[in-house]
Structures are given as C-alpha cells and as structure tokens.
Design a protein around this ligand. Structure first.
Ligand code: ZN
Length: 313
C-alpha cells in the first residue's frame, strides 16, 4: 500500500506514523527523544526511527514509504532543509533533510513543529476549508502559524508567526527573547500557571486548576484569568489587523479549558475590533497529533508535486 513516513520530534518524545495516500494512519509509533544524550545522539535516533518505520512498511504494508515528512522544534530553514537551532535539543545547523534523504533514499520534507501542526489544523483539523487562518497554540510559550491557501508562511528567515513575542504590555515582564511585556509572559499556559500558583498560594497549582477555579466562580481566579484573556485578545487583534484571517484556531494546554477560555476570549476580541472583520475563533481539533499529521501532509505534498512534475511536458 502506498504510504509516507510522518515524524514529529518533540523535546521529550517523538511521534511517528505511516500515512496512506488518503490520509489514513496505517501505523503509529512513539520513541523517547533522549535529549540528555546530546544533539548527535538525537539526530542518530531520528534517523534510526525513520529507518525502522521504513522497514515496518516493507514488512507489513508490502512496500517501502515513498517519502517522509519531519517536523522539528526551534528555528528551521525549511527551504534548505536545515534545523538551524533548537534550545531544547541543543543542535545547530543540522542538515536533517539531506541526512534523512540519504538514509531512506526517498524525498524528505523538513518543517517547523508549530507551522507543521498549523498546516494540519488548517487543512484537516479545526480550520478545514479555511483559505486564511492563524493557528496559535498556548503552551509553555506561544507560537503561531499563518495559513495561506493550503500552505503555512515561514517568512524570509523562518520566523513568521511568532505572535508570542508581540509586546502587549510595554515595559512589562522581562521575556527570555530580550524584550519586555511579550504576549507569552501573560497568556501562555506556563504564565497562567505561574501567576495562579502565586495568587492561590499553592506552588503546584497550574493553568488547569485556575480554569477550574474560574468555572466555580472564584473571584481571584477570575481576575487572573481575565488578565490573561485581555493580553491574549490584545495580541490576537494585532495579528488579525495584519493578517485578516478567516479562522483563528487556538490550541495548546490553555485551550483545553474550553468555553472557560473561548467565551471571554471571543468577547474580548469583539470589544477590541473596530473596522476589522471578526474571524471565527475556534479550538484546535487535532491535539498533540497535529505535528505528526502535518509531517504526513508535507510528505504527501512532495509526492503530489512529483506527480505533477512528471505529467508536465
Ligand atoms: Zn519575548
């Protein structure tokens, strides 16, 4: 059966799948990233994992994978197929596409994890059918993926969509990026966890606990939550003023609060827009499989592109 390899590399684990021509997941697998062993060992693990997936295809699906898609964190030069930098994995300028192409003997696409996840949310997830979308996962930090006509814009240097570092509170909390008052210092799941732990006096309390307290009407929690929602709305309105998306897809840990987040967020965005068109604001649909599914789309796009090239005279 015709299929491709999809591989999503995270800071702690790697998720992989063999994806059929119609997008069906034919096989799924996970493996530890093992970043404590250093960047060279991580690269070796990625290559070995991909080779094992290729072997699985030969044994169980009767044919080797025709292409592979690989999503990695950090700064990614998708055009040249190079993983430029990842703080959590410690690598610099790894030519991952060339290494994996050499190992597998098939075409390989390399993508940035959030943009790749956004590609999947936009095409087959919450944004399905939207020609213009913005995907914003609220996790440890806040990132973004700008979807345009079935692809995700990487920017001239691979930095497009970094909405988490839009300054929403000038002179505010310092951010590791060097600025003060960045959105992710106020509205990431980590930021809400930190603030709520300090306010409620329980060091282990997190954003989900805060959301639960909001739902039960705790006024302190409501105040913490609303501050995060307001910061998020400020950042999102800046983004939608620039991009005019049809759909705004919000994912990550904080979005798991469901309507506790989405109802006040829709209100806060609506209050801020003047001439701008209000996009649909929807929760992400694919959860933590988005990166892997997106890697599969990248790989299948390679084949479609090749098919097109072959029939063009
Ligand atoms: Zn920042």
């Amino acid at each position: 059966m015709r299929h491709v390899i999809a591989l999503d590399v995270g800071g702690t684990g790697m998720k992989a799948a063999l994806v059929g021509d119609d997008g069906t997941l034919l096989h799924r697998a996970r493996r530890a990233t093992g970043r404590e062993r250093g960047p060279d060992a991580v690269v070796a693990t990625i290559l070995d994992f991909a080779e094992d997936l290729r072997a699985y295809g030969v044994e169980h699906l009767g044919t080797p994978a025709l292409a592979a898609g690989l999503a990695v964190p950090g700064i990614v030069d998708e055009e040249r197929g190079i993983a430029s930098y990842a703080a959590n994995l410690g690598w610099r300028d790894v030519p991952l596409r060339a290494l994996l192409t050499e190992r597998l003997g098939v075409p390989v696409a390399l993508g940035h994890d959030v943009r790749t996840g956004g590609l999947a949310e936009g095409r087959i997830g919450a944004g399905k059918g939207a020609d213009r979308f913005l995907f914003v996962p609220l996790g440890t930090g806040i990132a973004g993926a700008i979807g345009i006509d079935g692809r995700v814009e990487a920017g001239a240097h691979g930095f497009a969509g970094e909405i988490g570092h839009i300054v929403v509170r000038p002179g505010g909390a310092p951010c590791p990026c060097g600025q003060h008052g960045c959105l992710e210092r106020y509205a990431s799941a980590s930021a809400v966890s930190e603030t709520w732990a300090a306010v409620c006096g329980k060091p282990d309390a997190d954003a989900a606990d805060c959301a639960a307290a909001v739902a039960s009407g705790d006024p302190k929690a409501v105040r913490v939550w609303q501050e995060a929602v307001d910061a998020l709305a400020d950042g999102l309105v800046t983004a939608l003023t620039l991009l005019d998306p049809r759909t705004l897809i919000i994912g990550g840990g904080l979005a798991e609060a469901g309507e506790v987040l989405f109802q006040p967020l829709r209100d806060a965005v609506r209050q801020r827009v003047t001439f701008q068109k209000l996009p649909a604001i929807v929760p992400a649909a694919l959860g933590d499989t988005a990166g892997c599914l997106g890697a599969g789309l990248l790989a299948r796009d390679l084949l479609n592109h090749t098919d097109r090239t072959e029939v063009t005279p």
